[in-house]
Design a protein around this ligand. Structure first.
Ligand SMILES: [Zn+2]
Length: 630
């Protein structure tokens, strides 16, 4: 048995001893290595450990660290040969769309059109046979309609094998080093997204580590000082940050991440796999729209961010520094969105940052998780934290939407709905698909802008992050659940004279294809613009929602003669009642609630109502404040 890494004595030595004592000869152990926050056991006989997975569970319970079983490089057959073996082993009817290999982990992911032919839905495909034949651990997943986001991810991963191998070991060394001190301390600095919506960014400092929670931009800010997180006041250099944790993919939470790498950050980024894919797509789209000269970073910086990202699933406790453990849990906002639970020190403090959160079920996603075992401090969003922010019930919202669309289509005109690429868009696609199937929405040609279709393909690729009902439908059926048998994908198209319903980003009409379509319909009094999503301050969408009939977008003045409708009830954020119910549901006794991600009056209102109703100390800090937790 070789020991590649010079393990530090004490804690690490103890871990090694437990592992060695627990494993019999048949396990074929060849080496033990850090793989980021996990401990990887390499084996020449991986099927033994797969069949006896209780052995691994027991070890995890004893050492309280995450363990993964990897196949030893010496038994892995070349990728092409393995792909051929897989093709020959798996029946044709399964419809394999592609197999992707990651030489760092020795895992292969096989995407199939009919995965239910290989395993019961919801269960991992029994991969022992393929592991024995190929030497790779093969996971089977449902193939999305469009494989390009997955192909692009694996292309980047394939180009960075040696860097990632080294990087994972270095990250492990830092996480599992011995603590420098036994006393606990923790504080926050608000770098963005407090008393405002946009550039969400919080720095958590403990005795042992500096951790960044989200790293966004504010695309609608008037000047650059308000557009970016205030790293200048934090007094921390990029290379001094130990880890970044992301709640979800929207650019107001991830848009600055590649710039961190451009300016010297080289540590890990933790998020879910759908967040990685969606944010990469949105960041690339941002560069395309800003133009490479004006963009804050280049495609190379995005690739650097991908290379440094360690994806996690919901509900697994993961060490991310010597004194911080992380658990991500569903926040119901968009695919892969999470609330971030940080356990600081030895049970000294628990911080939950909700991220953008929907405490209400939608067709696409389950309700945000609320049953945290312990929370002392909570940071909660307040997008709709005002008393007046009470959304109409979902059934009513759907009826209103159908009514507005039907009127526009019946008049032979266009209906434009500006939406974000990911979030409300997919919810609307599900709603439209259902009503069309049930015959309530007829004669409508539905045009879906390209970036929305790309994001939807990512939704289809990760059914385990969808609501329980939708997950089952996606996994068990070949038909698109998002209406792609009826809807057409377009790329900033020129509209003809036919009536059409158009879904296009950006949602706030600040730029992008929705503005192109708005220009085409604005002069027609019979066409309709329908506002369904959140409109941030100082955006053209907000001005129109507040009644403006003329807006200037990127220097061009647009006069609106079309009808403007506002429909609420589809929001991917909790409304005021849902925010209050969420806090009321939490069982642990909170010591303090910090309110963020809302315009100042909304944050203020939510803070004062939580304080009044639940008798919890609350704050609604501004950007650039320091808050001591412990
Ligand atoms: Zn969001």
């Amino acid at each position: 048995m070789q020991r590649k890494q010079p393990y530090q004595e004490s804690a690490s030595q103890n871990i090694m001893a437990v592992i060695l004592q627990s494993l019999p000869q048949e396990a074929g152990l060849t080496k033990i290595e850090y793989e980021g926050p996990r401990i990887a056991l390499y084996s020449r006989n991986p099927s033994y450990l797969m069949q006896n997975n209780q052995l691994v569970s027991n070890m995890v319970n004893t050492i309280k660290k995450r363990i993964v079983v990897r196949t030893d490089e010496s038994i892995r057959r070349p990728q092409q040969e393995s792909a051929k073996i897989i093709e020959e082993t798996i029946p044709k009817e399964v419809g394999v769309s592609g197999t992707f290999f990651d030489a760092v982990t020795g895992e292969a992911v096989l995407f199939a059109k009919r995965p239910w032919m290989l395993a019961q839905v919801g269960e991992d495909f029994d991969n022992i046979e393929l592991a024995e034949k190929t030497g790779w651990k093969v996971r089977v997943r449902k193939a999305p309609r469009d494989m390009s986001p997955i192909e692009s991810l694996y292309e980047t991963l394939g180009e960075t094998v040696s860097e990632r191998t080294r990087f994972y070991r270095e990250v492990g060394d830092k996480i599992f080093r011995d603590k420098l001190s036994n006393s606990a301390e923790a504080s926050l600095i608000t770098l963005g997204g407090f008393a405002e919506v946009g550039r969400s960014c919080i720095l958590l400092t403990t005795r042992e580590s500096r951790i960044l929670l989200d790293c966004g931009i504010n695309p609608s800010a008037r000047d650059s000082l308000a557009a970016l997180p205030r790293f200048d006041v934090a007094g921390v250099a990029m290379e001094e940050i130990d880890a970044v944790v992301l709640s979800h993919a929207h650019l107001d939470h991830t848009g600055f991440l590649p710039a961190l790498f451009k300016y010297g950050y080289g540590g890990p980024v933790y998020c879910t796999e759908p967040t990685l894919l969606l944010m990469t797509m949105l960041q690339r789209d941002y560069i395309r729209r800003a133009g490479s000269k004006n963009a804050l970073y280049s495609d190379r910086d995005i690739e650097s961010a991908i290379m440094h990202t360690i994806t996690l699933t919901h509900g697994i406790v993961t060490d991310i520094s010597p004194d911080v453990k992380l658990v991500l849990s569903n926040s119901g906002h968009i695919l892969g969105s999470t609330s971030i639970h940080l356990h600081i020190g030895n049970g000294d403090h628990n911080l939950v940052y909700t991220g953008d959160m929907k405490f209400g079920k939608t067709l696409a996603l389950d309700n945000a998780l609320w049953n945290f075992p312990r929370v002392e401090t909570m940071i909660i969003e307040s997008t709709y934290g005002g008393k007046e922010d009470i959304m109409c019930p979902r059934e009513q919202a759907e009826a209103n939407l159908l009514n507005v669309i039907s009127r526009g289509i019946a008049a032979g005109r266009c209906v434009l709905i500006p939406v974000p690429a990911a979030g409300i868009s997919q919810e609307l696609l599900l709603v439209l698909d259902r009503h069309m199937k049930e015959g309530r929405l007829q004669g409508a040609k539905v045009l879906v802008e390209k970036t929305i279709s790309e994001a939807t393909a990512i939704y289809e690729a990760y059914p385990e992050f969808l609501s329980k009902e939708l997950r089952r439908c996606v996994l068990e059926s070949e038909a698109s659940q998002f209406g792609y048998d009826k809807f057409a994908t377009v790329d900033s198209a020129a509209l003809d004279n036919e009536p059409a319903l158009i879904l296009a980003p950006s949602s706030m009409l600040a730029g992008g294809p929705s503005v192109n379509y708005l220009k085409q319909i604005a002069g027609d009094p019979m066409s309709r613009l329908v506002m369904v999503s959140y409109q941030a301050a100082d955006t053209p969408g907000r001005a129109i929602q507040d009644g403006a009939r003329q807006v200037t977008i990127k220097g061009e003045t647009i006069r609106l003669q079309c009808q403007v409708d506002r429909i609420d009830g589809f929001g991917s954020h909790s409304d005021y009642n849902q925010l209050m119910n969420y806090v009321g549901r939490l069982r642990p006794k909170l010591r303090r609630v910090l309110v963020n991600h809302g315009e100042r009056p909304k944050a203020q209102n939510l803070a004062s109502m939580i304080n009044k109703q639940y008798r919890i100390q609350t704050q609604h800090p501004l950007v650039q404040e320091a808050i001591k937790l412990l």
